[in-house]
Ligand binder design. Structure first.
Ligand SMILES: Nc1ncnc2c1ncn2[C@@H]1O[C@@H]2COP(=O)(O)O[C@H]2[C@H]1O
Length: 149
């Protein structure tokens, strides 16, 4: 089954947006496979954002992401990587349509409240970076038959 990694960022926690954000993925019909509150270390963030290490905003990004707790989650379901990205919106909140998480909750790329994996491969990499295998809970979803064929 397809899985994606989602991180609710420190600004969202400070602004008490966590419940609202979790609620959207839950109501959509995705299955929560793992969730934890984490104070991310700079080591973890430097691995997570390895591809961005040469960008001018990199230090600022690591500082932002380690400025408070984040909620790391794994969601599972049909086409979850692509659909979660659609629900999240564009990286720049100004390009995100109303109705998306970034479109509804934020205005600036440097405080964009949430991260979601951009591909199945990065989802795999990010899930194994943030979670141990035994933190991923395999549970029987009794609503599944009502959510897809
Ligand atoms: N131009 C930018 N200035 C500051 N932060 C940025 C910029 N572009 C991307 N980011 C941040 O880098 C992050 C990379 O992926 P995220 O989905 O976590 O969300 C992005 C933003 O938080």
């Amino acid at each position: 089954a397809e899985r994606t990694f989602v991180a609710v960022k420190p600004d969202a926690l400070q602004r008490r947006l966590l419940g609202d954000i979790v609620r959207r993925f839950e109501r959509k019909g995705f299955r929560l496979v793992a969730m934890k509150l984490v104070q991310a270390s700079e080591d973890l963030l430097s691995e997570h954002y390895f591809a961005l290490r040469d960008r001018p905003f990199y230090n600022h990004l690591v500082k932002y992401m380690s400025s408070g707790p984040v909620v790391a989650m794994v969601w599972q379901g049909l086409d979850v990587v692509k659909t979660a990205r659609a629900m999240i919106g564009e990286t720049n909140p100004a390009d995100s349509r109303p109705g998306t998480i970034r479109g509804d909750f934020c205005i600036e790329v440097g405080k964009n409240v949430i991260h979601g994996s951009d591909s199945i491969e990065s989802a795999r990499r990010e899930i194994s970076l943030w979670f141990r295998e035994d933190e991923l809970i395999c549970w029987e979803d009794h609503a599944e038959h009502w959510i897809h064929e």
